[in-house]
Design a protein around this ligand. Structure first.
Ligand code: AMP
Length: 283
């Protein structure tokens, strides 16, 4: 039987394993995840495989990016299935630290990203989120010391925040954004999609449909504000509680009102029942 990825649980064991790759002159790509892996995560692993000699996948459900009322306790976990999927995807190493290994007693540092992180959008609804993400991602980067790190466009603001942080802190790696993997009906794959009831699952693709239609209309020079208002209304009619549907500059995430201020990215977040979904699309 083919050998699965090597599993490391401590920083010391991780460094020993990556050290062996380094001494052999091999390049390393990191794919940070919270587990419950699906085809979207595996697209990141496939890209990593193409870029580097060795692929490290981290699996860590990071407590500091969840607010107390959020789903840390119930977040889907399936470690055995994840390992099997990563074996098939030919990952070399799984880095799965405990919370105590990541945040030992006395841990007292937090990275507070500005710029894209403070552009509203997710920050308005999850003010704890990007600080938690930036801190854990900076730790993952220094633990693994990869040449490349893969992030999904699915979490577009996160991709921008992490790219900015790597630049600002002179971290010696390249951040690679990977396009969003979708179901046939357009719904962006997400570990949280398992929360959806059958009825919610049927309306969930509305978000992508609205993004696509809005993007096409903006390209055809319809006024952005009107297009967004109609999109917002359609999402609400489908039964969502909308957090935002906005047009932003694709790199700075500054608000844009005209195609001249582009390149434009449309971003949406909305709740259906108890499940919060996010998605985005370039214009
Ligand atoms: P998560 O485990 O949800 O924190 O996601 C880990 C990484 O996978 C992040 O960089 C996500 O953006 C990325 N990812 C999640 N869903 C998708 C998707 N449908 N397509 C592409 N990348 C994704």
């Amino acid at each position: 039987m083919a050998k699965g990825p090597r599993l490391t649980r401590t920083i010391a064991a991780l460094r020993r394993a990556v050290g062996v790759y380094r001494r052999a002159g091999e390049t390393v790509a990191l794919v940070p995840t919270m587990g419950a892996l699906h085809r979207g995560h595996l697209a990141l692993v496939a890209q990593a495989r193409r870029r580097a000699d060795r692929v490290v996948v981290s699996i860590f459900v990071n407590p500091t990016q969840f607010a107390p009322h959020e789903d840390f306790g119930s977040y889907p976990r399936g470690f055995a299935a994840d390992l099997k999927a990563l074996q098939a995807a030919k990952a070399d190493l799984v880095w799965a630290p405990s919370a105590e290994e990541m945040y030992p007693e006395g841990f007292a540092t937090r990275i507070e990203p500005l710029g894209a992180a403070k552009a509203g959008l997710e920050d308005r609804f999850r003010p704890h989120f990007f600080g938690g993400v930036a801190t854990v991602v900076a730790k993952l980067f220094t633990q693994v010391a990869p040449d490349f790190a893969m992030f999904g466009e699915k979490d577009y603001q996160q991709l921008r925040v992490v790219t900015q942080m790597a630049k600002d802190l002179d971290l010696p790696l390249k951040i690679i954004g990977v396009p969003t993997a979708r179901e046939k009906d357009g719904l962006a794959l997400s570990s949280r999609n398992t929360y959806l009831s059958a009825a919610e699952r049927r309306v969930a693709p509305t978000l992508y449909r609205v993004l696509k239609a809005s993007s096409a209309r903006i390209r055809q020079r319809e006024p952005i504000e009107m297009v967004l208002e109609e999109g917002q209304a359609e999402i609400a009619r489908a039964g969502f509680a909308l957090d935002y549907l906005e047009a932003r500059h694709a790199l700075t995430l500054a608000p844009v009102t005209s195609r001249k201020n582009g390149p434009i990215r449309l971003l949406v977040a909305a709740k259906i029942g108890k499940t919060r979904l996010i998605d985005n699309l370039g214009v």
